[in-house]
Write a protein that binds this ligand. Structure first.
Ligand SMILES: [Zn+2]
Length: 271
């Protein structure tokens, strides 16, 4: 039997929907690996030992930093909203009301930090807590994991960057990082000069909410480009090399802060 015309239309729609890339909610693997490398170098011996005891044999912290994106969604249904919090870029700061039912990155960092620190919790739970904590401390530092302009953190703001189609969220997850340098080691070297005593001291103060507020501020400038623009960026915007020049120091700082703070978390938990 031939499918009716309406059946064909539905089939086509289904195929198109299946092929459309899902919205992304994560630094790309590159961003996670870079920040984790920075953190790994800063672990004290106690934390290093505790982490390697929790990880499966042969795994490194860098390897598992992308687990929450790659396997976490299947392993823990309902975990997708844990990677971000949508705070309107018109808001002055993060507030708990943006973290609906505690299902957001701010609440989950606090939750998994507690589970990981609980020596009486089952090992399997602490292993999972480690994988999520590493990933979420990094995710919250990606400005578009916090700032939102009714566009799912930039996922629905379609752009051209250097002539290629992308969206604002994906651009900050991976497009800019890859454009600046595809080499992970080179990125870690690029971040190195940021790791001054003074910066580390300043970055080591503050709460998870403060990290979210910093991302919110950076997201505001990510949308309001060039500096002083009155209206946030909309779909159809074409961005060039000057956007990369603007974004580079923000990315360097956010990846450095993520690495330093992740190391602080683990050093503190396992001290
Ligand atoms: Zn993520």
């Amino acid at each position: 039997m031939r499918p009716s015309r309406s059946t064909s239309v539905w089939l086509i729609a289904l195929v198109v929907l299946t092929l459309a890339p899902p919205p992304s909610w994560a630094w790309g693997p590159h961003g996670h690996r870079i920040a984790t490398r920075v953190a790994e170098a800063r672990l004290n011996p106690g934390a290093r030992r505790a982490v390697s005891e929790l990880l499966l044999k042969g795994d490194t912290l860098v390897d598992v930093s992308t687990w929450a994106d790659q396997d976490g969604h299947d392993a823990v249904p309902g975990s997708a909203p844990w990677h971000y919090v949508n705070v309107p870029i018109t808001a002055a700061r993060y507030e708990d009301r943006y973290c609906s039912k505690g299902d957001c990155v701010v609440a989950k960092i606090k939750h998994f930090r507690t589970v990981l620190a609980d020596r009486r919790a089952p090992v399997r739970e602490r292993q999972r807590a480690l994988l999520f904590l590493v990933h979420f401390v990094e995710d919250i530092h990606q400005p578009l994991h916090v700032g939102d302009n009714h566009d799912r953190g930039g996922n629905q703001t379609q752009l051209q960057f250097l002539g290629e189609g992308t969206n604002l969220h994906r651009l900050w997850d991976s497009g800019l990082i890859n454009q600046i340098d595809r080499n992970e080691r080179a990125w870690v070297d690029r971040i190195e000069p940021q790791l001054t005593q003074e910066n580390i001291r300043a970055w080591s103060r503050g709460s998870v909410e403060d990290w979210a507020n910093e991302s919110l501020q950076d997201a505001k400038s990510a949308y309001l480009f060039p500096a002083g623009a009155r209206r946030p960026m909309e779909s159809g915007t074409r961005l060039g090399k000057d956007y990369e020049t603007f974004a580079r120091p923000i990315l360097e700082r956010r990846l450095a802060q993520a690495g330093v703070r992740l190391a602080n978390e683990l050093n503190h938990i396992f001290e």
